[in-house]
Ligand binder design. Structure first.
Ligand code: UD1
Ligand code: CA
Length: 469
């Protein structure tokens, strides 16, 4: 069902002790506010309005750098220049967009764990009961700081009283709390939001005052209780940020394990929100999969590996390696300790071995770069073998140049290929050559000084040293 989501994200977040706005701090690989927006999108929001204030430009820039997923609502920003409270924030939105239509859900930008199902339940309740407002409530073990829900004898919501405005007795006895998530009827919210005043302990316009106002007007309101308090954990400091990250890590990892992915120790695997992992893949400890990373089936990733915006085929091994902005096709082995970056692409059955760095290069089918090499700005055909310690010298201090290596080329160890240079197919380059000219297909190229032999020289040398003692 279409609804509008308002994500409140203007607050300062002083307890984060940060130069960045609170909502830009990350849970796994995404800022807090992104998670709230995603939950709204997944719940089916047709319009998403993010209220920004503190660090507004940073929030705008972040979303501007992310394409809107196909078929999903773009984000509209409304700036709240004075932070006069949650009620004020909603009033600013109403004024900016000229009034609300349909259901309006209000979410907090600092609550990343709320599930889409919970938002849907709130919208459904609002529609079914023609409510002016439905509030999501919770019963945390410690209610300190939360608004308390006042119920009548029949258990109907009467009002919400902020912690600071409660009497000591109310703080003791009222254990059901406001989660800060609501679904309103848009039309009635537009008409009545101005009724919220600021005559309270904090001198702020409280959005939850709408509940008492509606009850006084005889408008229907009700509550939905969220039994899983972890969904509503709010982030106010970096300890809570780490707690929220832990909960999200578990949630994602458990979903992956139930879908057929193994983890030696799920506490030591971090998988971002936009990552997919195929069946029978094993994720070893200290593995981080972030960004738009996809991993196929039957792979072993880790230990000690970081993949960001990486595409991994089926049957691959990535051992103590880093892959950034790069792809490996089926049956590719990486590592231990390979570093692939800058749109590198390894085709089927290729290998990037130990202490190998590959940048902006294509490695053809079955080709191997097994040991201690740097390959940058290179196109390599199939069946190539690059001897240990070989380097494409692609940078002259100013320009980057290309190296072309044909099919079935054999490059001896410790070869320098000074780009731009082309090595034709089936060519052979002798070890320790510095290649500055193109090598024709099928040729041998050798660039090194003649080896000399001095018979018995070493024996005499050792003798002389002994006599010196
Ligand atoms: C709010 C509720 C409280 C509830 C709690 C749940 C109010 C008055 N109280 O308290 O009943 O138990 O959430 O977590 O709403 N914000 C703006 N503009 C403002 C003020 C706040 O955008 O002018 C944003 C904040 O950035 C934050 C959210 O609104 O994301 C909630 O504001 P916050 O000040 O954290 O309210 P709480 O004290 O947590
Ligand atoms: Ca809060």
């Amino acid at each position: 069902m279409p609804f509008t989501a308002i994500v409140l994200a203007a607050g300062e977040g002083t307890r984060m002790k940060s130069r960045h706005p609170k909502v830009m701090h990350k849970v796994l690989d995404k800022p807090l506010v992104w998670w709230a927006v995603r939950a709204a999108r997944k719940a089916g929001a047709s319009r998403i309005i993010v209220v920004i204030g503190n660090g507004a430009q940073e929030v705008r820039d972040f979303f501007a750098s992310k394409p809107v997923p196909e078929g999903e609502a773009p984000i509209e920003f409304v700036e709240q220049t004075e932070r006069l409270g949650t009620g004020h924030a909603v009033r600013v939105v109403r004024d900016a967009i000229g009034g609300f239509e349909g259901p309006v859900c209000v979410l907090s930008g600092d609550s990343p764990l709320l599930k889409p199902e919970t938002i849907k339940a709130l919208v459904d309740e609002t529609k079914a009961k023609h409510n002016a407002c439905t509030v999501l409530t919770m019963t945390p073990s410690d209610c300190t700081g939360y608004g308390r829900v006042q119920l009548d004898e029949a258990g109907q919501v009467q009002a919400i009283i902020e912690h600071k405005d409660c009497t000591p007795e109310q703080r003791e006895t009222l254990t059901e709390c406001n989660s800060g998530v609501y679904c309103f009827c848009g039309r009635r919210l537009s008409e009545n939001i101005d009724k919220v005043g600021n005559d309270n302990a904090q001198g702020e316009y409280y959005l939850p005052d709408m509940i008492g106002i509606y009850v006084g007007m005889g408008e229907p309101v009700s509550s939905v209780h969220c039994d899983d308090y972890t969904e509503l954990v709010g982030v106010n400091n970096r300890i809570q940020l780490a707690e929220a990250t832990k909960i999200m890590q578990r949630r994602i990892n458990e979903e992956l394990m139930l879908s057929g992915v193994s983890m030696l120790d799920p506490d030591q695997v971090w998988v971002g929100a936009d990552v997919t992992v195929g069946q029978d893949t094993v994720l070893m400890p200290q593995t981080i999969l972030f960004g738009h990373t996809t991993v196929g089936c039957d792979c072993t990733i880790g230990p000690n590996s970081r993949l960001t915006d990486a595409q991994v085929g089926n049957g691959c091994t990535v051992d103590e390696s880093i892959i950034v902005d790069s792809a490996i096709d089926d049956d590719v082995n990486c590592g231990p300790r390979a570093y692939l970056r800058g749109h590198t692409h390894l085709l089927k059955g290729a290998k990037a071995g130990t202490h190998v760095e590959l940048k902006n290069s294509t490695v053809g089918e079955g080709s191997k770069v097994p040991h201690l090499s740097y390959i940058g700005d290179c196109t390599m055909g199939k069946g190539v073998n690059i001897g240990g310690g070989s380097i494409t010298c692609n940078y002259d201090g100013k320009h980057k140049s290309h190296t072309e290596i044909g099919d079935h080329v054999f490059i001896g160890s410790d070869t320098m290929m000074v780009a731009p240079v082309t090595i034709g197919e089936n060519a052979l380059v002798g070890a320790s050559s510095c290649i500055t000219h193109d090598v024709p297909a099928g040729a041998l190229s050798l660039e090194r000084s003649q080896q000399t032999i001095k018979e018995d020289w070493a024996n005499r040398y050792w003798e002389r040293l002994k006599k010196e003692d």
